[in-house]
Design a protein. Sequence first.
Lengths: 150, 414
Amino acid sequence: MSELSDLYQQVILDHNKKPRNFKRLEDANRVADGHNPLCGDQLTVYMHLDENDVVRDVTFEGSGCAISKASASMMTQSIKGKTRSEAEALFTEFHKMVTSELDAETTPNNLGRLTIFAGVRDYPARVKCASLSWHTMHAALENKDSVSTE
Amino acid sequence: MSTAAKELNGWDVEKIRNDFPVLRQTVNGKPLVYLDSAASAQVPQVVIDRGSRYLQDEHSNIHRGVHYLSQKATTAFEGAREKVKRFINARESRECIFVRGCTEGINLVTHGYGRKFVGAGDEIIISAMEHHANIVPWQMLAEEKGAKIRVLPMDERGELQLDQLEVLITSRTKLICVMHVSNSLGTINPIKEICHIAHKQGVPVLVDGAQGAAHLSIDVQDLDCDFYIISGHKMYAPTGSGVVYGKAEWLEEMNPFMGGGDMIKTVTFEKSTYAALPNKFEAGTPAISSQIGLGAAIDYLNSIDREKAERYEAELLAYATAKLSAIEGVRLIGTAREKASVISFTVEGVHPHDIGTIFDNEGIAIRAGHHCAQPVMQFFKIPATARASFAFYNTKEEVDKLADAVQKVIEVFA
């Protein structure tokens, strides 16, 4: 078991308190809802994907724990301006990191600041919290209106 | 263990804790503080031993073999039924149907009673604080039959508004479904009074006793309920054990639940006839070792002073309520005047899952979430709560650790 401070790092606590892009996006052309029925977490991801498949803007709303809120907040920052395939690639890397398939310290990756979520892998019950917004973003890209993680 | 704790209400908690081997371990390097008994209560050594003895010396299928082992298993299994009968003061042991837990038990009544007696336009009343297990089966039935669900409201304390019950009951009301003790709020509901009101209008009452049987002495004849459902694992028995108590006159009239072996009298390809109670409702091989374990758990509960245990739990509840209410930012959810030892709470600005993880790091096990009672969360306009539930094996020192951990949560999120 890692130290609690590995999970609740200052950056995560800060994003929990002041989530970025935490609003409805009026000109969204992709909207998806994410649900974790086990714990009741729910969020909505709003996305504006332009004609060149670039994420022009992305926001979210919803309720959840610090991990899920901070993860959603940082997800929106990370994929804004990215192409669809870049966003998908980042989703894959993030998912592999929190499920221990990718060691961000030893394997080259594009995760950048998102590596602060690596601590989640030591808390199996919380992996879903960290990945819910990413699954929802993925659903929005795929033009599905809802996703559920259990 | 301090002398004060040891002598609290004359309850020797140290001695009791020795009966529960799981409590001896450490979690994350700290002694386990188990405050999640409302989800699953721990199992005393005598229950573990009884289950192992069955598997070692008696394991065999019941009700069918003429051989020695089958006889032994059948005797032990039916012996457990007798113990249940005495434990809840049923008139007859055939009124005690073995099921795998409360959820299966409620579904048994939904199928057996609901499908037979509930029709289009009929109504079922359920209380505002029910667990999903006492909501969803009735909704499924209502959808199938074109029946309606009516909700008996509660107030801000988490007490049912009994004056509304008489208003809600109509000539179309076929059943009232209510929990004895709320798993999310701790409220102890006045079952006897509810049954009295319902019976004046000829309506039967089903009681979800998942939390009730763990904390209170149950006398189904005194309560006069029509159905009382028990989950073994909430009352110190293994998972997979449980009971549907039903008045024989209802059980006789009801449809069987699952079809299969052991629940029949005769079978031809044209038609089958059903076995007498209780077998009519017990298709297939049951969880024999678990039900024998439930019998052993009842023996254990009978061996301790349950009145003292109840008083001790009440004392822990009062102590924890005082400690948590004194912390700024803590809000107690469920402040009924009659409560069992369950405390739901929120900490301002912190999601309950984060509370749960920080507690776990301190070796403290609580439940965080909606407690399978989403309508309760909607009523209080919160997504979830943290819930500490106490059993007679918990201590005041553990309550202190709980309060310290809440302070730690506040520090982390300050």
